[in-house]
Design a protein around this ligand. Structure first.
Ligand code: ADP
Length: 260
């Protein structure tokens, strides 16, 4: 916002004063554009599985009405598309819930090792199905951060789930906790395909994907890292992403230690 006072020299010696106030609309236009894009993207993401569901129902009620073998295939497909929509709606709701609370800083004392161990326990079955393993390394002393247990769980569920999705077959995912300079650092390292540098800055944008088809096939909604970014910011933390194409990626979350 800029304000200018302009003296208009009229006939009277005092003159007239005109105050011009100029508002910089760039930022608010950008925010508005982002909101419009978000609604358009979300609608598109929901419409695709819905179109498949409608098509499948029409086939089941029409040409494939008496084809029992086709019924099974269509039901499996309809189940997958319904789950996709349900996951997307869950992620959209999580995102809006996080945004509502974004300005209130969480204040619980949370054992970071317990969070990570819990996430790893939940993902172990999926990991072994994929022939992968998850190794956790942490200091002997417990590491406590100030935060919200469920939201911290969500951060690391998203990061470790991505590491499982985008890493090579039979590879290992390493999860490390370290403490330095009044901060805790939790890092998820995969031996995966890596991410080309030009994508790194945009990865945490909603619906941004390096390869959309691949992400969808793997059950991704394109919202996981946007959710991570918002939770990390609510915790006054930092997210760092390092990646080398063909070698793998490293996602580090720095969080303030409890009591610091
Ligand atoms: P998605 O649901 O598509 O996985 P995310 O927001 O979690 O959405 O991630 C955005 C994109 O970042 C992914 O589509 C993928 O292209 C890329 N990505 C995320 N994590 C990794 C990883 N560990 N290795 C390689 N690419 C990744």
């Amino acid at each position: 916002v800029a304000a200018y006072i302009v003296n208009l020299k009229g006939e009277s010696s005092e003159g007239h004063r005109l105050i011009l106030t100029l508002h910089d609309l760039t930022e608010s236009r950008r925010m508005q554009q982002m909101r419009v894009d978000f609604v358009a993207n979300a609608s598109h993401e929901l419409r695709t599985p819905l179109a498949i569901l409608i098509g499948a129902l029409e086939t089941l009620m029409g040409p494939a009405r008496n084809d029992l073998e086709a019924h099974q295939r269509f039901f499996t497909m309809m189940q997958a598309q319904s789950l996709r929509m349900s996951q997307l709606i869950d992620d959209l709701l999580s995102l809006s819930q996080i945004e509502i609370n974004e300005h209130s800083r969480p204040s619980d004392r949370v054992d970071l090792g317990q969070v990570l161990q819990g996430v790893i326990n939940l993902l172990t079955a999926k990991s072994s199905e994929l022939g992968k393993s998850i190794a956790l390394q942490m200091p002997e002393d417990k590491v406590f951060v100030t935060g919200d247990f469920d939201q911290l769980t969500q951060i690391f569920t998203n990061l470790i789930d991505n590491a499982l999705k985008y890493s090579r077959e039979e590879s290992e995912i390493r999860v490390e906790i370290a403490v330095a300079a009044r901060e805790a650092r939790a890092t998820v390292i995969d031996e995966g395909e890596g991410i080309p540098e030009e994508h790194l800055a945009r990865l945490t944008e909603r619906f941004y994907r390096v390869d959309s088809d691949r992400s969808r096939k793997l059950g991704g909604t394109g919202l996981g890292l946007a959710i991570v970014k918002h939770i990390v910011s609510r915790h006054r933390g930092h997210l760092e992403i390092d990646s080398v194409v063909g070698k793998g990626s490293k996602f580090s979350v720095r969080l303030p230690l409890s009591g610091s």
